[in-house]
Ligand binder design. Structure first.
Ligand SMILES: Cc1cc2nc3c(=O)[nH]c(=O)nc-3n(C[C@H](O)[C@H](O)[C@H](O)COP(=O)(O)OP(=O)(O)OC[C@H]3O[C@@H](n4cnc5c(N)ncnc54)[C@H](O)[C@@H]3O)c2cc1C
Length: 351
């Protein structure tokens, strides 16, 4: 069986690795380089803090566990960083209720005092923290997506990079071949659409209308700076996490609107929270595109009318890719995973 996976982001790499592990022959085709899409410019926080409905929360929780398992299975597994997440907001009562709700679901969450939070994050200006009511989520983490993709593609996956899929040959209820821009035609026993923000275009090649409402998103990368930031931190006006080699990654919902003023404001907020960040400069500002299916939920697994075409498309793909990728691979290999995927079928958009 030759399976063609379209897209070498976190989803394509995860689906391919899962298939190859079970003996399938897989070719991953990417228009660019592996990791050059959304996965290469992501906040890549692994969590299920605000995920609704329950079935989606549970999928994300399973995604968190899958990351911990993979990192432990390939020591040092150092594309994965645990350490949990810290959050406080201007609505202390609301945050307390959220923590209670998460605890009721069995999610790791508790409230810390200022002193306890400073033990975790000693670089924060204490005056910027509330006296108590700071949430801590010990099971969260973040991932270096490009290094994860490199790991997942490193074992027996055939990768065709720098050549776009421009067409699919469909006859009857099946895809027979994949056409590449440079002219090659690859015979296909199954095709998995892992094209992220371009998933609608790749769906259209099979005659399927996949509604997407992608959103642009801006990330700010600082220069390396000696600031003790060890985990994902969500303050009211800035979100931060460590990035490679002492860099810090900054985000806020306001910065997504774009423009230098919003970037400057974000850096000011970060430096006011962690005074050590004043010594940093902005090394790069990257715009990514969040791949968001029309109703916000993932589109995963088989398609009713096309027996060998599959989807693995969602936002929160960094959190979800390993677990959801495994479920999608199960279906490619002939299993029915309705038990886990019923809520995430493509057909919901056709009703
Ligand atoms: C700024 C930002 C912050 C985010 N933060 C988080 C977060 O904290 N936690 C989280 O879990 N998720 C987060 N996300 C979402 C997450 O990054 C994405 O869901 C995930 O990276 C999507 O991976 P993917 O493999 O589906 O897509 P991509 O990484 O975009 O990969 C798709 C690949 O398909 C290729 N492709 C497209 N069309 C074709 C074609 N016709 N032929 C061949 N190749 C093609 C592209 O070149 C690309 O490499 C964030 C996203 C952004 C933008």
């Amino acid at each position: 069986m030759r399976i063609i996976v379209v897209g070498a982001g976190v989803y394509g790499a995860a689906v391919a690795a899962s298939l190859v592990r079970r003996g399938a022959a897989v070719t991953v085709v990417d228009a660019g380089a592996p990791g050059s899409g959304t996965s290469g410019a992501s906040f890549s926080w692994v969590n299920s803090r605000d995920k609704r409905p329950l079935v989606y929360h549970e999928l994300n929780v399973a995604g968190m566990a899958a990351h911990q398992r993979l990192a432990a299975a390939f020591p040092p597994g150092d594309w994965y960083h645990g350490g949990g997440g810290v959050e406080w907001t201007t609505d202390a009562a609301g945050l307390g209720a959220k923590v209670d709700g998460l605890v009721a679901l069995g999610y790791g969450a508790k409230l810390l005092s200022r002193a306890e939070a400073l033990e975790l994050e000693p670089g924060i200006d204490p005056d910027r923290l509330p006296a108590d009511g700071i949430a801590y989520y010990p099971d969260e983490g973040w991932v270096e997506p490009t290094r994860l993709i490199a790991h997942l593609l490193s074992r027996d996956v055939d990768v065709v990079a720098g050549d776009a899929v421009v067409g699919l040959d469909v006859s009857g209820d099946a895809v027979r071949a994949v056409r590449l821009e440079a002219g090659r035609v690859l015979a296909a026993d199954a095709v998995v659409n892992c094209a992220g923000p371009q998933a609608a275009e790749v769906a259209a090649m099979a005659g399927l209308a996949l509604p997407m409402r992608n959103l642009p998103c801006v990330l700010v990368y600082t220069s390396p700076v000696a600031v003790p930031l060890s985990r994902v931190v969500h303050a009211p006006d800035v979100h931060l996490r460590p990035e490679g080699d002492g860099r810090i990654l900054l985000h806020s919902s306001e910065v997504d609107r774009g423009g230098q003023e919003a970037v400057d404001e974000l850096v000011r907020a970060a430096a006011s929270l962690y005074p050590g960040i004043r010594a940093a400069t902005v090394e790069s500002v990257r715009t990514g595109e969040r791949p968001i299916p029309g109703d916000g939920l993932p589109v995963l697994g088989r398609v009713a009318d096309l027996r060998n075409y599959f989807f693995a498309v969602s936002h929160s793909g960094v959190t979800l890719c390993l677990h959801a990728g495994e479920l999608v691979a199960d279906e490619v290999l002939g299993e029915n995973r309705d038990d886990a995927l019923a809520a995430f079928r493509f057909e919901r958009f056709e009703r």
